[in-house]
Design a protein around this ligand. Structure first.
Ligand SMILES: [Ca+2]
Ligand SMILES: [Ca+2]
Length: 247
C-alpha cells in the first residue's frame, strides 16, 4: 500500500491531473480447475481496468500496455512449465511472450492496444499461455499461478518500459490467483471406469458414444464425435501409457 501511494505521487508530478486514481486487476482463468498430471491447460490473462480521473495522454485514455511474470507455486509447481505464450494481436507493441525455466514460468508483455480515439473497453483479454502440469504430480496436488506485473493506463511520458516493479505512469497489477488441482486422471481408453484398459472398453466406448457421454470424448476436445473412435484406438494401443481424461 505504501509503495502504491509513492507511485501515485511521482505520477502526479508528471501529469496535470489533480487526481490519479487509476486501478487495474489481472485475472487468470482456465476452462477447468482440475488437470491431469502430465497434461496441459490453456490459461487466459485478463485485465480489468479503470482509468479513474487520470488526464488523457497524447493518445487519450486506455489500456496502453502491461507486462509481468506468471509465477507458479504449490506442491506440483516444481516441474510445471509454460509454453505457447502469446499476446493478443491488439497489443502489437513489443510483444514479449516467453516461457521460462523455473517457477517464473513465463514473461509476457505487450502494448499499444487502442486505435487513436477508440474507446477502451474493460476487461480485456491480453494474453494466453499453456500450463504443462508435472507428469509426476500426485492427485490432489495443486499449482497456483499469479501474474506479477504492472499496467500502463494513461500514457503521458515519451518512454514506457515494462517491468515487474512499476515506475512512473505504471500501476501495479494485483492478481486473482488461479489454482489448478491435479486430478487422478482416468485413462481415456478406460471407458467402463474399471481402472484397466481391456477389450471390454471397446463396447463401453460405443455405449458411451451412443449416450453422448463426455466419457467417450477420447480426444478431449469437449465434443463427442466419430473422431473419438480413432482417438480411442490410439489410446487403447498406448495401454497404461495412454492419455488421461477428465471426466
Ligand atoms: Ca476399462
Ligand atoms: Ca472428442
Amino acid at each position: 500500500m505504501k509503495k502504491t501511494t509513492a507511485i501515485a505521487s511521482v505520477a502526479g508530478l508528471l501529469i496535470s491531473a489533480p487526481a490519479f486514481a487509476q486501478s487495474a486487476t489481472a485475472s487468470l482463468t482456465a476452462p477447468s480447475s482440475t488437470v491431469a498430471a502430465g497434461s496441459s491447460i490453456t490459461v487466459t490473462l485478463e485485465i480489468d481496468f479503470s482509468t479513474g480521473a487520470a488526464a488523457s495522454g497524447p493518445f487519450g485514455l486506455g489500456l496502453y500496455g502491461f507486462g509481468g511474470d506468471a509465477v507458479a507455486s504449490g506442491d506440483a509447481a516444481g516441474d510445471t512449465s509454460a509454453s505457447n505464450a502469446a499476446v493478443v494481436p491488439a497489443l502489437p507493441l513489443g510483444p514479449v511472450a516467453q516461457a521460462n525455466a523455473g517457477l517464473n514460468i513465463a514473461t509476457i508483455a505487450g502494448g499499444r492496444l487502442l486505435a487513436d480515439g477508440a474507446s477502451p473497453t474493460s476487461p480485456q483479454s491480453v494474453a494466453q499461455f499453456d500450463v504443462n502440469i508435472d507428469a509426476g504430480a500426485m492427485s490432489g496436488d495443486t499449482v497456483t499461478i499469479d501474474f506479477d506485473g504492472a499496467v500502463v493506463l494513461a500514457l503521458d511520458s515519451d518512454l514506457v518500459t515494462f517491468a515487474t516493479a512499476p515506475g512512473a505512469n505504471q500501476q501495479p497489477l494485483s492478481t486473482n490467483s488461479l489454482t489448478l488441482t491435479v486430478g487422478g486422471g482416468r485413462l481415456c481408453a478406460d471407458q467402463n471406469g474399471d481402472g484397466m484398459v481391456t477389450p471390454a472398453d471397446f463396447n463401453a466406448w460405443i455405449l458411451n458414444f451412443n449416450m453422448g457421454s463426455l466419457i467417450a470424448d477420447t480426444n478431449a476436445d469437449g465434443l463427442v464425435t466419430p473422431a473419438d473412435f480413432n482417438a480411442w484406438i490410439l489410446a487403447f494401443n498406448a495401454g497404461a501409457n495412454g492419455p488421461t481424461c477428465t471426466p
